[in-house]
Ligand binder design. Structure first.
Ligand code: ATP
Ligand code: MG
Length: 419
């Protein structure tokens, strides 16, 4: 018997639909055009409502069943359309019907993560990296902004040239000026020779301005000029110099709010805001925690990677990681050192804040409601909001993860106004 077209396709929605149908002895088929007789149908593209799609052939469904199946098929059709697009984009058939959800990547040039939000990030980086355009990378501390900047450089034509990093908050204004643009001999006390700056060193390469929100307005003007004209002066020098650098900038501040408050130049903001890459916090991609733990355990191994005891792993999975990937990485490094020759890492070695963390430490306003119903509502709201974020608003997936019906989830999303 030849395998059905979806064999190996790991699309959870599709499996669910098939489960529902199997119990009724119905078959799901990929068709080129909408059959005249079918029990349910969802087109792959809204542009061609009678074109290719997913059809349930055979006996009839009751009206409520048909409604349910069509909703589920609608979700599955979106996934199938994406798979077909990917397959067409790789005519060598490399993608075929793999066992992994097709196109899903669990790492990207050193960035580890397979969560839906990371898939969006990788897809954006694919497009942005080769473009030579300025990119603003935003995200909380420790989310991997510098890794993203390096990935952009590595994916660009400049990859064989320099990648220069400067942390704008690490210097005072005068020092940063001379660091970035260089100085002329005698420009200030201690300037004993002419010195080129980092922009010159980065010529033809990529310049990563980290913590750009901490740069003074005077330097913001100089950077804007490099961006617009590629020109600058060394400190104390009149000669105009020219460089060709691609600028990437990062910040964990809300630059737009800083512009509104007059703390950041609006013209520079719009010049660097051309492409905005947001790196998600770890709490929005908790499914990646095991992957990251494994990655860091392997990296910090001495002889062979150590294991976490089940209790220790459970505590790490429950903890919210406000310091994001950096906090997780540091914790693993610490555990590996403390464990010494022990192959298994137990809970006792965990940092106290992680070992002792309980969900009520969450700290938000509704964390200490004074009645049971209020507490249940607060928990319900938090879990649903988190699942909706993780699944980018896909209610079928969120409902599946929370093990509630889609209809129930829709009701709760409305109740808590989480749309
Ligand atoms: N997705 C990831 N996969 C693997 N390692 C990661 C990831 N994200 C961050 N890291 C690691 O965590 C540490 C912090 O990352 P990085 O310096 O890029 O964060 P950042 O966003 O620049 O933080 P900050 O705002 O505090 O400077 C680094 O050691 C980095 O290698
Ligand atoms: Mg950083």
């Amino acid at each position: 018997m030849s395998k059905p077209w979806w064999s190996g396709l790991d699309l959870r929605v599709l499996r669910q639909v098939r489960g529902v149908l199997r119990r009724r002895g119905l078959e799901l088929t990929l068709v080129e055009e909408r059959p005249s007789e079918c029990a349910a149908f969802a087109p792959l593209s809204s542009d061609a409502p009678a074109g290719p799609g997913l059809a349930v052939l055979g006996a009839e469904l009751s009206a409520p069943e048909r409604g349910l199946v069509e909703i589920m098929l609608g979700e599955a059709a979106i996934d199938v359309a994406a798979v077909l697009r990917d397959r067409d984009a790789h005519p060598a058939g490399a993608l075929a019907w793999g066992t992994e959800p097709p196109g899903r990547r669990t790492s990207y040039r050193g960035i580890i993560g397979g969560a839906p939000l990371m898939q969006d990030l990788y897809a954006l980086l694919d497009r942005v990296a080769p473009s030579d355009s300025t990119v603003l990378i935003q995200g909380e501390n420790g989310t991997g902004k510098e890794l993203v900047a390096r990935a952009i450089h590595e994916g660009s034509e400049r990859r064989d040239r320099k990648f220069v990093v400067t942390n704008c908050s690490a210097f005072n204004d005068n020092l940063l000026d001379s660091e970035l643009f260089g100085h002329k001999r005698g420009a200030f006390t201690g300037a004993v020779t002419d010195k080129p700056g980092l922009f010159e060193a980065a010529h033809l390469g990529t310049f990563f301005l980290d913590e750009i929100g901490d740069m003074s307005p005077a330097l913001q003007v100089k950077v804007l000029r490099v961006l617009q004209e590629g020109t600058f002066h060394r400190v104390g020098d009149t000669e105009m110099r020219q460089v060709d650098v691609r600028i990437l900038a990062a910040t964990n501040k809300d630059l737009r709010a800083m512009v509104a408050a007059g703390q950041f130049r609006e013209d520079l903001f719009y010049r660097i805001h051309v492409i905005n890459v947001v790196v998600p916090p770890l709490r929005d991609r908790r499914d990646d925690i095991p992957l990251l733990i494994e990655h860091f355990l392997a990296r910090h191994r001495r002889v062979r990677p150590k294991r976490l005891s089940p209790e220790c792993a459970a505590r790490m999975l429950a903890y919210p990681w406000p310091g994001n990937v950096r906090e997780l990485e540091n914790e693993i490094e610490r555990l590996v050192v403390l464990a010494g020759d022990e192959p298994t890492i137990g809970t006792d070695l965990l940092s106290p804040r992680i070992r002792q963390w309980t969900p009520s430490d969450g700290g938000d306003a509704d964390a200490h409601p004074d009645s049971l119903p209020a507490a249940v509502e607060a928990l319900e709201r938090r879990m649903i909001a988190a699942a909706m974020r993780r699944h980018r608003g896909n209610k079928t997936r969120a409902a599946e993860e929370l093990k509630v019906s889609r209809r129930n989830l829709i009701r709760l999303v409305q109740k808590y106004q989480l749309e």
